[in-house]
Ligand binder design. Structure first.
Ligand SMILES: Cc1cc2nc3c(=O)[nH]c(=O)nc-3n(C[C@H](O)[C@H](O)[C@H](O)COP(=O)(O)O)c2cc1C
Length: 230
């Protein structure tokens, strides 16, 4: 099955089997993955369960610890790149979950976030089981082209994205959170934006373009992330 098809059946996996995984599939995929923007550094390492501290009521046999630049688009790019990996793993029967509430026991500079992964038999669902905002809430008008982004995972399902039609493409905005939520979400929401863009990329692989306009409409309550053609 294509990566695009995974979007409609995936769910974050929090139940894993202990099967061993051949990690070369990850390294091979990552050597060809598409970045959102060029020139932003990132890296990953694969850790075992005993190398990671997880502040959640569940655990997984393996984790990816993700590292990156704090440069412009550093977090969006990380979300974009590793969500493609997540969909790829899902296509091979390997479930995954972004885990904000986890960190490697050995601290390193530029650590951003963890993704759990492992073989799983509980990582799919029906489309009706997705809990998501309506298309008309995430765009100036409901547009089925945006369904892949609508279904994207995000930190505490915050779905911070907004897509404003502009000619053939969209201007993409990130919701500003209120002061309480901002504490938790300020690091994760840019990752969420990259994740939603990854879903639009794998669904429109041949036509997807991301770029930053020098002049764009301000939107109250939102910040401009960039613009896309899909
Ligand atoms: C950046 C990010 C951080 C997340 N952190 C956690 C976490 O710490 N613990 C957890 O159980 N799920 C975490 N999640 C998973 C979300 O809760 C989940 O994606 C969302 O509720 C939507 O559900 P779905 O992924 O099954 O579609 C995180 C997701 C993202 C994108």
């Amino acid at each position: 099955m294509s990566l695009e098809n995974q979007i409609y059946i995936r769910k974050s996996s929090r139940n894993y089997l202990d099967d061993e995984i051949d990690m070369t599939v990850i390294h091979e995929f990552m050597s060809n993955v598409k970045p959102l923007v060029e020139g932003v550094n990132y890296s990953y390492e694969i850790l075992d369960a005993d190398e990671v501290k997880v502040r959640a009521g569940w655990s997984s046999p393996y984790y990816l610890a993700l590292y990156g630049d704090e440069k412009e688009y550093g977090l969006e790019n990380l979300g974009f790149v590793f969500q493609q990996l997540s969909l790829y793993l899902q296509s091979m029967g390997i479930g995954s979950c972004w885990v904000g509430m986890a960190s490697p026991k050995v601290k390193k500079d530029n650590f951003v976030i963890v993704m759990s992964f492992g073989k799983s038999d509980r990582m799919t669902r029906e489309k009706s089981e997705f809990k998501r905002r309506g298309l008309e809430e995430i765009s100036d008008f409901a547009d089925e082209k945006l369904i892949p982004a609508q279904l994207a995972p995000s930190a505490i399902n915050s779905q911070p994205w907004y897509f404003k039609h502009d000619g053939e493409g969209f201007d993409v905005y990130q919701k500003k959170q209120n002061i309480l939520k901002r504490q938790v979400l300020k690091k994760w929401n840019p990752i969420d934006m990259g994740i939603a863009l990854a879903h639009l990329y794998v669904s429109n692989e041949d036509t997807f373009e991301f770029y930053k306009k020098t002049s764009f409409d301000e939107m109250k309550g939102y910040t401009y992330t960039g613009s896309i053609k899909i």
